[in-house]
Design a protein around this ligand. Sequence first.
Ligand code: PRT
Ligand code: ZN
Length: 213
Amino acid sequence: MPTMIRLAIQKSGRLSEDSLNLIRECGISFVASSYKLKTEATNFPLEILYLRDDDIPGYVQDGVADLGIVGQNVLVEAGYPALEIQALGFSKCRLSLAVPRAAAYDSVADLQGMNIATSYPAILGKYLTERGVQANLHTISGSVEIAPSIGLAEAICDIVSSGSTLLGNGLREVETVFRSEAVLIAHENLSAEKRELLEQLLFRMQAVRRARR
Ligand code: PRT
Ligand code: ZN
């Protein structure tokens, strides 16, 4: 059987449409269907797996998928930053600390001893440790922005793009912890055949980037 390369992308969410568009703009044809969990391309030896974004780094690390498209925030939080091979220029956002609008805040030292709600305890923990700040991190997986108003935390650390969710929840962005965009990731020990397919894909992706500029 000829070698196929397996690419994991987000099944449904903010990365999905841009990931599918990038593959299509690389000249790769496939039939996407909303209920199937994988698709084979018709004119390139590529299989696409549709997964939750949080599962993509681990699958690529383990080699269940050869390649993946995921946000750097999720990749770094999962502990596999070394899998990144190419920044893709979409899904740009930042991971930021925010406090209630009326709260006094001068510097990161003000977070000492505070309760901070986040879905990114690894990235935030490292950021605070590097600055000598000890805080109590409360890991929650969604709706982080409501934590201060329900008394769960005095500050939050979450993904921001326009900032309107923070504003709508009476919060003020005070520090940028991490800047993120979508990246292509690859398993570290691809076979020679798969590495050759990856080179072809990267070549096409670079052409797409140049054409978009
Ligand atoms: O179901 P699955 O686990 O696959 O998806 P998910 O819900 O975990 O992720 P999803 O689809 O929300 O986001 C996927 C990736 O998109 C993230 O990991 C980021 O890399 C990137 N991204 C870009 C964002 C945003 N922009 C963004 N704005 N992820 C989340 N948000 C949230 C933000 O936290 C806020 O709550 O969107 C809300 C609106 O943001 P504002 O600032 O524009 O109001
Ligand atoms: Zn997710």
